[in-house]
Design a protein around this ligand. Structure first.
Ligand code: CTP
Length: 406
């Protein structure tokens, strides 16, 4: 009964995924939450107020200008009486109206009037999801503190494939539980940015350059920071790792996208760059699949990618504490020391990624923590333990008033 006594205001907007909102109401109530529903006119095209009312055992609100509703439970009261506002499904339209601050129906008015945390579960066609208008709106909403769960990649009702499927009901319940049960700890009130995973740099529509990073270490660091109460944005390249609980996850593919997502996540108190960012990308991206031919194998011309760590370490919104990794295969500590200085970061975690160590993709890691004032050799630890130890060190440094060169 992780959600016992919690009050959730669920806004159901008009998408095919609205049918999953019915299941969501049931699952939330099973966990002890009470759910009050707002159904948009679009949502009512997909499910009926009657089914929502039956499952929530409450009346359903739809009309901004209903005299009865306003006298019994006005739009301000609807949000006041909730611990969390959830929009599921959140269509491209309602996200756009939220971003623009419109108040043209009951749902939009509640969202504009609320001072409660808001969680959205986007659901839309893959092209609508990918459209810059939608992505810009999401970025704006994220910066305002709106949290997001999904969307997932998969087959869609419109016979297309891609990102845009609403997160599964269990994922939404987990995101709600994480949101309402945010850990309290020494990093409460602190914002953290973590990068993780590899980047994929396309060569043509079907091929890319990648590396062996699994994302395990970066994800473990994000989880450990969140467990100490930090508000964590995890910017990750393609990985098979599950989203760490209670973090905001931004998925990217290329180094250039990772850089943009990191800049958008600032300001932050601490940045930990654990991603294995590709150093180069292909200069002349082929728009069609490169074919074998009579000619010799194609030569790839590469250009250097932006250095995200160096840009965070030297940029105008520099986090108080900037931490990088140094993946080395020889002279691990000496190379890492030089890297710390070169990239303008406060701490570097140096690890030996030679093939025999099994670090890339494995579950264990052996690191040296290199600071301006000294070094610590950590024993072989699991990646989860490295994350916890690092999070504790970050909490100590930030708590002690780090001056940017701890
Ligand atoms: N890094 C980054 N952006 C890049 C390259 C690296 O943010 N374009 C970050 C990594 O996340 C890591 C640190 O920089 O925290 C060092 O990465 P590493 O691969 O060890 O160093 P490189 O800068 O690539 O240097 P080299 O390959 O010459 O060792």
């Amino acid at each position: 009964m992780a959600l016992a006594g919690k009050r959730i205001l669920l806004i159901v907007s008009g998408g095919i995924a609205a049918y999953k909102a019915l299941e969501l109401v049931r699952r939330l109530r099973e966990r002890g939450a009470s759910v009050r529903c707002v159904l948009t006119p679009g949502g009512a095209q997909f499910i009926t107020p009657l089914s929502l009312a039956a499952l929530s055992e409450d009346r359903v609100y739809s009309d901004l200008f209903s005299l009865t509703d306003e006298s019994e439970m006005g739009h301000i009261q609807l949000s006041r009486a909730a611990d969390l506002v959830v929009v599921a499904p959140a269509t491209a339209d309602i996200l756009a109206r939220m971003a623009a601050g419109l108040a043209d129906d009951l749902a939009a008015t509640v969202l504009l009037a609320t001072d409660k945390p808001v969680l959205v579960a986007p659901a839309m066609n893959v092209r609508m999801w990918a459209h810059p208008a939608t992505q810009d709106n999401l970025e704006l909403l994220r910066r305002r503190g709106v949290r997001m769960v999904g969307p997932n990649e998969g087959a869609m009702a419109c016979n297309e494939y891609g990102f845009g499927r609403m997160a599964e009901v269990e994922e939404i319940v987990a995101a709600i539980a994480a949101q309402l049960g945010r850990a309290e700890g020494p990093l409460t009130g602190r914002r953290a940015l973590v990068t993780s995973g590899p980047t994929h740099e396309p060569i043509d529509p079907v091929r890319y350059i990648a590396n062996r990073s699994s994302g395990k270490q970066g994800h473990a660091i994000a989880a450990a920071l969140a467990a100490l109460g930090a508000e964590v944005t995890l910017v990750t390249g393609p990985t098979a790792e599950a989203d760490p609980p209670d973090t905001r996850v931004v998925r990217v593919t290329t180094a250039v996208e990772m850089m943009a997502a990191c800049r958008a996540a600032l300001p932050a108190d601490v940045a930990v760059c654990a991603a294995a960012v590709a150093d180069w990308r292909v200069a002349d991206l082929a728009s069609e699949k490169i074919k074998k031919g009579a000619d010799a194998a194609p030569a790839l011309r590469l250009v250097e990618n932006p250095d995200i760590l160096a840009s965070l370490g030297r940029g105008p919104d520099r986090p108080a504490l900037v931490i990088g990794f140094a993946a080395e295969t020889e002279q691990v500590v000496a190379n890492a020391r030089a890297k710390r200085a070169r990239k303008g970061c406060d701490w570097i975690l140096a690890n030996d990624v030679s093939a025999h160590t099994g670090t890339f993709g494995g579950d264990a890691n052996r690191v040296h923590l290199i600071r301006a004032d000294g070094e610590e050799a950590w024993p072989a630890l699991s990646k989860a333990e490295v994350g916890q130890r690092l999070a504790a060190a970050i909490a100590a440094a930030l708590g002690g008033g780090t001056d940017g060169d701890a």
